[in-house]
Design a protein. Structure first.
Lengths: 227, 227
DNA sequence: CGGTATCCCCCGCGATACTG
DNA sequence: CAGTATCGCGGGGGATACCG
């Protein structure tokens, strides 16, 4: 509570909690459906366990988050309360502003693992083939350790692998990292990048054709950049 | 730029700037029409000059604020750019959430000077009498130094005085501080408080009758509290 | 998996005084 | 009025190792 601003304006009272470092990102993860501690961490990889715990405790104290019911303590996930769900328009407004007006991205923002993690939540599994589908992503200009990822869809669930899962990929995507980030953000059309050869697809012709329809892109991709 | 979160999600990019301590309050002041350095300070009294300058510089670097044109440097005010004006929905969303869901106010949040400063921007001067009107506010339970204030309206402009301006008040208001804060926030109706005698009005009968119509209350007063 | 515990550094920020 | 300069501290938080 050291963040007290000494005024009872609703913007000030809300900021005491919300405008702490990392908090918007934690709330974003919870709104996106994350429930487990480490699930949140994967969406906010640079946030340490200690600090995440602190933020979650603060959010719990403020009535924004509550622990799920479970006999075992560590099996209890984190859930948004009504007050937490009510933050959806706040995050939406912040994200829309960010998409329109925030600074351009730099090399240090381009975390391949995070990008793939974001993708795995935005695959339109309803239109994907039944059975198992494996998508391999290769960032052609990334160092070996973050060069390849696999998205494994099966029965509506999508897993992210950082090692070859052993199954033959149905579709392989090879792309420069920054270009893929720009496509993800809605700043460039995927199809043009495929036509120009900057993004290369490999796999059966029908799957290559359908692949763009599986990708829902970033939630904020439809928001036009104005900066 | 130490606030970098290492991801290019628009929520993260926006948070780097916006989720710094004090920043929302500075932006709130600018959106409310503040232009001069010390005008902003009056709306955020606990923010030091040094830190305010830092925040304004950051906002300028991010393209949210720009200096007005003027020959003399210090005559140049601060203005919101298009990117800055676009923060209006963000502040609105934060404030609405705060009004509905933020913690209850405590004694430390009840700054009488700030409350009067907020009031001075929300007087409906269009419906006030022509010529000069002086409103005296007395917080009956406040210490002597923050007990009395005067709002002086003249020709559409409203000044706040912390000393007796010398003019005879047209309306005198005597109220407990917390009660007035709750009325201001829209949590209690002014008229009921007047009827019960908790808020006492003094002055000519017609002015006493009209006085409630002069007060526009907090921007967020119409938002219903849910907590 | 879901945390704790500890150590330590750095820098954010408050306070105070001074200036064009 | 609109800052700048300086100093000093507190604690936020990064790194690392450990635990139920």
């Amino acid at each position: 509570m050291r963040q007290a601003y000494g005024q009872f304006c609703p913007v000030a009272l809300a900021s005491e909690v919300l405008a702490e470092r990392w908090t918007f990102l934690v709330v974003r993860e919870l709104l996106a459906g994350a429930r487990r501690f480490n699930e949140i961490r994967r969406g906010v990889p640079r946030l340490s366990a200690t600090l995440l715990k602190q933020r979650l405790q603060r959010l719990e104290a403020e009535g924004i988050v509550e622990r799920g019911r479970s006999s075992r303590r560590s099996a209890a996930g984190y859930e948004l309360t009504s007050a937490g769900v009510a933050l959806k328009p706040v995050i939406a407004a912040v994200g829309e502003w960010g998409q329109r007006w925030a600074r351009d991205i730099e090399a240090k923002d381009l975390d391949p693992g995070w990008l793939v993690w974001a993708m795995h939540r935005r695959l339109n599994t309803a239109v994907m083939p039944p059975g198992r589908t494996v998508i391999e992503i290769e960032f052609v200009d990334a160092p070996a350790s973050t060069r390849q990822f696999w998205l494994v869809h099966s029965g509506g669930a999508v897993d992210v692998c950082i090692k070859d899962p052993g199954y033959e990929p149905d579709v392989r995507v090879a792309t420069p990292l920054r270009l893929w980030a720009e496509i993800w953000r809605g700043l460039r059309p995927l199809k043009a990048a495929m036509r120009s050869g900057a993004v290369r697809l490999d796999g059966r012709a029908d799957l290559r054709r359908d692949f763009p329809g599986w990708l829902m892109l970033s939630v904020f991709a439809p928001v036009g950049r104005l900066r």
